[in-house]
Design a protein around this ligand. Structure first.
Ligand code: CO
Length: 134
């Protein structure tokens, strides 16, 4: 079911500081900050040759990453995103086997303009998993 690793998302309290670490300390190619008000985050993309890292900073009042940062004030890995060929087929199989899909269970258009779903961390080794239809 799973295909490529699309990205690893790291929540950070300070996006500029996070971007500096990846650009200056680690020598990675780092994008300009990109506000995504529909998703409640501002994102910096770290481009690697085989995948990307997304640094996420809360944007607005009800950011979905605020609670995570309250618990992890210096930041941390928030979720990992795997690509799937058919997100409905993946969802139906997972739900039929007892996995929990967050929200109303329907794919939403994610930050890359493609359908995504999030899976409950307690069902997946303590990791919030995003599935994206590639
Ligand atoms: Co993501």
């Amino acid at each position: 079911m799973l295909d490529r690793l699309n990205h690893v998302a790291i929540a950070v309290p300070d996006l500029q500081a996070g971007a500096r670490v990846y650009r200056d300390t680690l020598g990675a190619k780092v994008s300009e900050p990109q506000p995504e008000p529909d998703h409640g985050v501002t994102v910096v993309f770290v481009e690697l040759s085989n995948t990307k890292i997304e640094l996420l900073e809360p944007l607005g009042e009800n950011s979905p990453i605020q609670k995570f940062l309250d618990k992890n004030p210096s930041g941390g890995i928030h979720h990992i995103c795997y690509e799937v060929v058919d997100i409905y087929a993946a969802r139906n199989r997972l739900v039929s086997e007892g996995s929990r899909v967050l929200g109303d269970g329907e794919p939403k258009i994610g930050a890359h303009g493609k359908p995504v779903l999030f899976l409950h961390p307690k069902d997946f080794c303590g990791t919030l998993v995003e599935l994206e239809q590639a």
